[in-house]
Design a protein around this ligand. Structure first.
Ligand SMILES: N[C@@H](CCC(=O)N[C@@H](CS)C(=O)NCC(=O)O)C(=O)O
Length: 81
């Protein structure tokens, strides 16, 4: 099982789209949620590792994946049982 960390922000509709999928398939406890509005350090880590200040971004074993549709497709293929 890879380590999954999802970077989100408070008002982002694309984050909400990903979250709805996560909630629907009960994946909450498989993913660490990191809200970049709550931590300047986490926001800096997102930009440093991912290269963009864009959410949602899923770190899969510390490798960044942007784009809500790609994240949902990844979760569907690899994490949903
Ligand atoms: N096509 C992207 C759009 C993501 C997006 O536009 N995110 C906004 C927040 S709702 C953002 O992070 N904007 C800041 C930026 O792109 O620098 C997706 O589907 O994930």
């Amino acid at each position: 099982m890879p380590e999954l960390e999802l970077f989100i922000s408070n008002t982002c509709p694309y984050c909400q789209k990903v979250y709805r999928f996560i909630d629907k398939y009960n994946l909450n406890d498989k993913i660490k949620f990191t809200n970049i509005n709550q931590s300047a350090e986490d926001k800096a880590r997102l930009v440093e590792v991912g290269g963009m200040n864009q959410v949602p971004c899923l770190f899969i074993d510390d490798k960044p994946m942007y784009e809500s549709s790609d994240i949902i497709a990844y979760l569907k293929e690899n994490i949903v049982k």
